[in-house]
Each structure stands twice: as C-alpha cells, then as structure tokens.
Design a protein around this ligand. Structure first.
Ligand SMILES: [Zn+2]
Length: 397
C-alpha cells in the first residue's frame, strides 16, 4: 500500500477520512525484531494518526502484515489475569450447558484464561493452540486483486472451531483488537460470534492509560489505541451484542475486557449512536510534546543509556528521540543475549549488571517500575550522578 492509498483509508472506527498525522519514521523495523545475525530486517514507514471526527488514535504503515503480533516466538509478554473471575461470571450467566462447551485459544496469551475458565466453569473440552503465531505468518497471500484471502493461521483457527462437536464454543482473543491491522480481519474475527460461539477479548484501555500522561504503550506492532466507546461503537455497528468492563488495580494497568455473545442483551444505548460518544486525547500532540521534552533534555554532546530493550525501549529510540541522539541499549534478558536489536544504537547494545554507566549523562529506564526500583540503587551506589528518567522524560529518583 502506498502512502497515498494510506491517506485515503477511512478510520477503522467511524469510517470518516480526516486525520491529524505525525511522522514516526520512514525505515523502521518491528519493535520485536531481534535477530541472531545482522541481516537487514524488513523496514517500513510508520505514522501516528488521530481521527478528526472520533478521536481514534492508530498507527498506519505500508507494512502489509495483517496482524503484527511479535516477530519471533522467543519473545513473550505477560498479560493481566486479575479480571478473569469477572469474565467467568459473564459466561456463567449465559446459562449454557457447560458439559457441552469447548474452549478455543487464538494465541499463547489465552492459555492462562482458558485454564481458569475450564476450571471455574467445569469445561473439559479445552483446546490450547497458538494460531496467532508470529507476525510473518500474517503476511497477505494475495494482493493482486485486492480481495481478502484468509491467511493460513486464520483458516486453522476457524477449522478448529468448526470441527468442535460441542454445542457451544468459547473462543478467546486476548489482545487481538489492539494489534489487528486490517478492517477485513477485524470483521472476520468479530463475525465468529454466533448464537453458539461466544468471544472473549481483552486489550489495554488506552483512554485511561493516556489520561495518566504517558505514551509508553506506543509501539509499532500496536495499531489501534481503542477507547471503550470506540470499541463499543464498532461492535454495535457490526450488530454484535456484548458486555464490556474496564479493569484496573495496583497490579494491573487499565484493561478493557468482555464477552461478545448473541445470548447477551442488546446494547441499545450504543446502537443509537451515529458516532462514538466523545473524542479522546490527540496522541500526535502528546507525542510532539514528549519529543520536545527529550530534545530539551539532551544537548549535542550528551549520551543516553536506555535500560530495557523491550518494546518501550525500542519505541523510545524509534519514535521519540532526535535522530542525532547518542544512545546505547542495555538489557540482561537471556533471550536477547548476542541478538541484534531492531534499532542500531550508536553506542551499542550492552548488559545492565556489571556495566559502568558513568560515561552517560542520562539514563532512561523503560522496564517496569518494580524492576527500575531494584536497578536504581545499584546504579547510584556505583557512583552515577546523572539524571535517571522514564519513557516520559520524568525523573525516577
Ligand atoms: Zn474516526
């Protein structure tokens, strides 16, 4: 897809065309594209878009991948689990005969929830497969006539559901909505919901995340930063019935989760809407502000260490820092050892433990706060006196 065609693509939420745009980069690799050797990774242009009509924030790219999940299967992300009892409750109230129900997972991220539901609802037919796989499995197979051909993993997923002999099926699609990059694929997966197939989803609640004044969740495999009312509007427009709830605790960052099922009552309040009920934060403006903060912080001869080479650290380098910034990446994760990072830091990719950080003027820690709290005293004890900052350029100590 060319840049011009992208510009003409309507908003995935409200179908209008008209966006605020912010250029992210013209030659960026997937944020999870760590490699064993220096073979050039596939690079694409990325831009941030905010819909002028409904406020939906998304990342647009010429990367043809239909579902960018992760580049390699050694990369794993933990997801929240605390809201599982609420999901079990919604499903329990559907009054299905749970002896005649099968559970199906879309990705490895669904396995824990599948086991929880099997246990809490006494379901014995449980199918734990990772159809989502890696991003490269979702490259389109036919581009010639622009028609949507079901990618192989989607065919396998549908076949598994169709082959189940059980009367009702519960299908889990954790983190599908924020990653899906094609309106057709979004339609196909939400259409799985039928009188006997019930979909369970969860995603980050980007409305509440951005209200905290952070952009640390932005990375180029995440394409849709849905708000609750955006997702409600999409599902309502597709005539789906659903029960959606926001979840947050001291352990869990803001999450949206719920069930799509024909057995649920009609969401009349949403069906009446002609567009999502309110416009949210403009991420383009928020990111511009963040770029300026970092630009003001780092002068020409300054050197920055980024600790944490997961998506947050990579996105800081790709989307936020000035291209002239001298920075290094640091991470101790065993799976990343000797790997080539998706960005090539001018000051290299190094370990954290045992490293002398005194050559840097600034450090950005992009790990979880829990890990940061363990790292900071060690760095200070080693005599480091520079500023230690987070993704959003705020001081950590
Ligand atoms: Zn829109």
């Amino acid at each position: 897809m060319s840049k011009n065609e992208l510009t003409m693509r309507p908003c995935i939420v409200c179908n209008n065309i008209g966006f605020n745009r912010l250029w992210l980069g013209k030659s960026l690799a997937d944020a999870s594209d760590f490699r064993d050797v220096v073979n050039p990774s596939a690079k694409f242009f990325y831009e941030l878009e905010t819909c002028k009509f409904c406020g939906h924030n998304s990342i647009q790219t010429d990367n043809p991948c239909l579902l960018p999940t992760r580049k390699h299967d050694f990369i794993k992300y933990g997801e929240p689990t605390e809201h599982y009892p609420k999901i079990s409750n919604i499903l329990g109230n559907l009054n299905l005969d749970f002896k005649d129900v099968s559970i199906h997972t879309f990705s490895y991220k669904d396995v824990q929830l599948a086991n929880f539901l099997a246990n809490s609802l006494s379901i014995s037919d449980i199918n734990l497969n990772d159809h989502a796989g890696c991003s490269d499995d979702w490259l389109p197979t036919d581009l010639a006539d622009n028609s949507f051909v079901d990618p192989q993993p989607l065919r396998g997923f549908f076949a598994e559901i169709n082959n189940s002999k059980k009367k009702n099926k519960i299908v889990l699609v954790t983190r599908f909505f924020d990653h899906v990059a094609s309106p057709e694929l979004l339609q196909k997966v939400t259409d799985v919901a039928s009188p006997t197939v019930h979909l369970v989803f969860d995603l980050n609640d980007y409305e509440r995340l951005s209200a905290r004044g952070t952009l640390e969740f932005i990375w180029n495999e995440r394409r849709n930063f849905f708000h609750k009312n955006h997702l409600e509007f999409i599902l309502g427009r597709k005539n789906q019935r659903f029960s959606m709830f926001p979840y947050e605790s001291s352990e869990v960052s803001p999450t949206l989760s719920g069930v799509i099922s024909h057995q649920l009552p009609k969401n009349d309040d949403v069906l009446k809407l002609t567009k999502p009920s309110h416009v949210g934060t403009d991420f383009c403006a928020q990111l511009t502000k963040l770029r300026n903060l970092w630009r003001g912080k780092l002068a020409k001869d300054h050197k920055l260490a980024i600790i944490g080479a997961s998506h947050k650290g990579i996105s800081l380098a790709q989307f936020v820092l000035d291209s002239q910034t001298l920075y290094a990446l640091h991470d101790d994760k065993e799976v990343l050892k000797d790997k080539v990072a998706p960005v090539l830091p001018p000051l290299g990719f190094h370990s954290v433990s045992g490293f002398d950080f005194r050559a840097y003027t600034h450090i950005a820690i992009t790990t979880t706060l829990l890990i940061a709290a363990k790292i900071i005293p060690k760095i200070r004890a080693s005599g480091y006196t520079g500023e230690i900052l987070d993704f959003d350029c705020k001081r950590l100590d």
